[in-house]
Design a protein around this ligand. Sequence first.
Ligand code: HEM
Length: 428
Amino acid sequence: MRLWAYSELSDRGHARYGDTFTVRPGMLPPGVLTRDRDAIRRLFTGDPLGKRHGNDILRNFVGGQSLLMLEPPEHLARRKLVLPPFHGERVQSYARLMQQLVSGELDRIQPGETVAIHPIAQSLTLDVILQAVLGVSDATVRRRLRAIFDALNTPLNAVALFVPVLARRSRWNLLSKRPWRLKDELDALLFEHIAATRAEGAAVERDDILAMLVSARDENGDGLTDAQLRDELITLITAGHETTATAIAWGVELLLHNPAAMANARDGGDAYLDATVKEILRIRSPIPIGAARYTLEPFTIGPWRIPRDVAVLVDAHGVHHDPSIYPQPDEFRPERFLEKPPDGYAFLPFGGGAHRCLGASLAMLEMKMFLGEIITRLELAPLSASLARAVPRGPTLAPRGGARVRVLARRSPARVAADASPPEPSLM
Ligand code: HEM
């Protein structure tokens, strides 16, 4: 079995060993993969002091002051500061920006072309972060930031930055020289942008998330330092860009291979589009391991007693493909979310508990806006009769080939206008 074929590992492992089994992933220490929902509930709702977060591999890149790195009680305090701008209703105000971005991108595509959806989605989701989250209005700075992220976003650079022994900074380490230089340039640009945002203060009206974070204060009246803001911005870019782009690429791939769902997603209104987005996230979660927590004390899962200091991996893919929760789990059927919405621990694309994804509402809105526009404006055909295989891209599992499609035609503007209805805030 290819170890990276995560879905295979999860499906076969559960079929053979049940809900919980030990995995030994290459160079990393063994961990326990589980889809046991009672254990997941306890991990997510239990005393967070007992569940050390398992994101250490990202520390080099996102920085030690990032939400992804903080432990309680600092983590909770930081979430209180950072969360308000990500609230579902607040996030809806970015719908217009998303519409403009996707229109511009789709106008460039001509009938007869073959295009890969993944890079288009990457460009769109990065633009959302740069404009809605960072509020970078200067197109030159946006271009530079985009170039840095594009350059960093290669498998070799990911290895050089995230594999602990390779990521060490020294002049002998040639592999990580270039990614570290790019990271230094990124830091410098972000510090400049933070300073400019502070200097603007209330003088310039901005509705991006950074502008809100700069003025956020805790109960003692303290705000975030520049270093904390820099780490949070890198975290938001890293966590929010590739994940959402991957979900959109899977969305197009899945809809093209399921014509009935495609027709309903186009014509079935906002509720069906919402259910479609959830079904995409269920059947192809961009991050198939929804969360990793280390045990600080022995932890019981079913008949097993897990010793302390072991990584418990919440198998979102496993939960999403458990036939006792989702009958015929390999069928793409958005209706299941309309008929019987799953309970809190059966739908885990965004993890859960104290570390649940901060950008879930933003990601859902992006998926609805971008997918909705792509499928109503373009008539597309898949290049292959079967669904693309999943391949790893950093921490995500993406469609092989980048979801390549043939553009058959533009759909008529009258049809597009008739279909169009603004998305409702999602209940996620
Ligand atoms: C479809 C797209 C996305 C998926 C599948 C996704 C998934 C996840 C997952 C699985 C986690 C870990 C949760 C845990 O440990 O319990 C997470 C955390 C996080 N995500 Fe997302 N995410 C997406 C989009 C976004 C976006 C758009 C943003 C922001 C712009 C974002 C920001 C974050 C942050 C800041 C965290 C860390 C939260 C914390 O540790 O307190 N994500 N995400």
